[in-house]
Design a protein around this ligand. Structure first.
Ligand SMILES: Cc1cc2nc3c(=O)[nH]c(=O)nc-3n(C[C@H](O)[C@H](O)[C@H](O)COP(=O)(O)OP(=O)(O)OC[C@H]3O[C@@H](n4cnc5c(N)ncnc54)[C@H](O)[C@@H]3O)c2cc1C
Length: 500
């Protein structure tokens, strides 16, 4: 019960349900062709699953277990041959330009077969999203066209994202915490560019990528106000790979150490820094916050789709087993308790899926995808011939004015409540779908008994894979705090988040 006017005032500030549920507003605004595209994307992923992922998931897991330095180049080449690394890159930058929300559907499908192989493809788009969130169109054009060229000549050109450092994980993914982070990756301003020193760890696809979107700081005592994003390419002097992590799951996707020793990054590969922020937008800190927010709001929905995928993979294994195994003289599936477990698992998949779909609607209305979903632009880009885009539109991307315009749209004209909504929903999807993934894997093993723990069955691999999802893209604890901050705490002035 609300006993005082003060309590009522809090309720009045609370956003109404229809204010925060983006699908109600968004479905009618989405281009219809995007829905058809999504159906095609799902069919493509299913084919890949049947032909490649399911037959090879256990083999890749075993190969990496036996040789920690193993790199699944053949799988990367197969994905490259099928166009998976450019499928969701906008046509403007040489890609196939399929709508971004369908990437999550693609990922759910592949993750239902193997989360490691899903990450081998999906984390490339984390690099792409980070590059795009800088809205430096010149660097975006250069790097993504490299990926498109890599598809044409059969030499995969992947993009990784390097934020995490040995002493800084959770805190460098949250602006309120970045100020206190113990960062060591230093970018020193020198004539013509930056000199980079330091280490990054746990970088997914590091050893397999050609470009690395690297976050560093010009003042290690003030990281929040001095963040720079640099595009580092393999072969640059002073850049090398260190060890690969030996991790419990998602073994198909390496987690690498990147080492920078006096690595010079020229100005034309600086995605953003304080100088550019001052020229194009309000403040460095505001830009950093929005870049982090745009990236994580997209990528956390993506991890939500991985969680949904692994939840589904576990459900499908459990269903298959229950339909074949006999217990107490009848099929397991005809025991009521088994039916209840399967109903619970089905519910976990369905709700996890709804959470990432809803987050993608928010991203389409207010987040990283909003320009791409603007109907006239969507159809223009869909039907303009690629040769025309390359010959006529592409040269504009190198003009300073175009970068300025996009930064105005994305940084200065973005309202705070809009990015809080996308960020809050992305966290909701990330922790609820990945928790559902782990839960379904546990339920599958309970239902399957001894058969579930055999290493020649995929159920135990799903459980090992699913655990990692609760950690990357911000731990699930951190994401719960972010949901509180964005969707609950903002209407309660007395609430303090991330203050300790
Ligand atoms: C398989 C895998 C792939 C990865 N891929 C990448 C990648 O491609 N690129 C990249 O940059 N990074 C990557 N990471 C790193 C990942 O983002 C970090 O591991 C993650 O952010 C957690 O950081 P940490 O491991 O340092 O844990 P810590 O930050 O040390 O957290 C330890 C514990 O403390 C809790 N905690 C920390 N701070 C707070 C707080 N303020 N309030 C409450 N609780 C808190 C956490 O929830 C956690 O329980 C990857 C990690 C893994 C496991």
């Amino acid at each position: 019960m609300f006993s005082s006017n003060g309590d009522r005032a809090i309720l009045d500030r609370e956003p109404r349900f229809d204010d925060i549920t983006s699908s109600l507003k968004s479905v009618s605004k989405m281009p219809k062709a995007a829905f058809r595209e999504t159906a095609q994307v799902i069919a493509t992923a299913r084919r890949f699953n049947e032909e490649v992922v399911r037959p090879r998931a256990l083999e890749l897991d075993r190969l990496k277990h036996e040789d920690p330095d193993y790199l699944p180049w053949d799988m990367v080449e197969e994905a490259n041959r099928r166009g998976f690394y450019t499928m969701f890159i906008p046509k403007l930058f040489g890609g196939h330009g399929l709508n971004m929300p369908s990437l999550s559907c693609f990922m759910e499908e592949v993750a239902s077969g193997c989360t490691g192989i899903a990450n081998l493809i999906g984390v490339h788009y984390l690099g792409v999203a980070t590059l795009c969130a800088s809205w430096n169109l010149r660097v975006m054009n250069r790097v993504m066209r490299d990926t498109a060229e890599g598809e044409r000549n059969g030499k995969p050109c992947l993009i990784s994202l390097a934020i995490t450092e040995p002493g800084a994980g959770t805190d460098v993914e949250e602006l309120e915490l970045v100020g206190k982070a113990k960062v060591t990756c230093h970018a020193e301003r020198v004539p013509g560019g930056y000199r980079l020193n330091g280490n990054k760890i746990f970088i997914s696809n590091g050893h397999l990528s050609t470009w690395h979107m690297t976050i560093a700081y010009t003042d290690l005592d003030d990281p929040a106000n001095t963040t720079v994003m640099l595009a580092v390419r393999n072969g640059m002097e002073g850049f090398s790979f260190g060890r690969q992590e030996h991790k419990m799951g998602q073994k198909a996707c390496p987690a690498s150490e990147l080492i920078f020793e006096d690595c010079f990054v020229p100005d034309d590969l600086v995605c953003f820094d304080a100088l550019q922020a001052a020229r194009h937008t309000r403040s460095m800190q505001a830009v950093t916050m929005q870049v982090i927010d745009y990236v994580l709001s997209g990528s956390r929905a993506g991890v939500g789709s991985f969680g949904t995928g692994v939840a589904r993979g576990a459900y499908e294994e459990a269903l298959r087993f229950a339909s074949q195994a006999e217990v107490g003289g009848k099929l397991l599936i005809n025991h009521e308790w088994a039916q209840c477990v399967l109903a619970e698992m089905y519910k976990n998949v369905a709700l996890a899926r709804l959470s990432y779909v809803e987050t993608n609607y928010a991203n389409g209305l207010y987040g990283l995808f909003k320009v791409l979903h603007y109907k006239p632009l969507f159809y223009l880009m869909k039907y303009l011939p690629q040769q025309f885009v390359d010959a006529v539109v592409q040269p504009f991307l190198n003009m300073d004015f175009v970068t300025w315009l996009f930064r105005k749209i994305y940084f200065d004209w973005q309202r705070e409540d809009e990015y809080q909504r996308t960020s809050g929903w992305a966290s909701l999807s990330k922790f609820s779908a990945t928790d559902a993934g782990v839960r379904n894997c546990q339920l599958a093993l309970e239902l399957m008994g001894g058969a579930g723990v055999r290493t020649d069955q995929v159920a135990e691999k799903h459980l090992r894979d699913s655990k990692l999802l609760q950690i990357y893209e911000g731990t699930n604890q951190l994401n719960r705090l972010n949901l509180f901050k964005c969707l609950i705490g903002r209407s309660v002035p007395a609430a303090k988040v991330f203050e300790d």
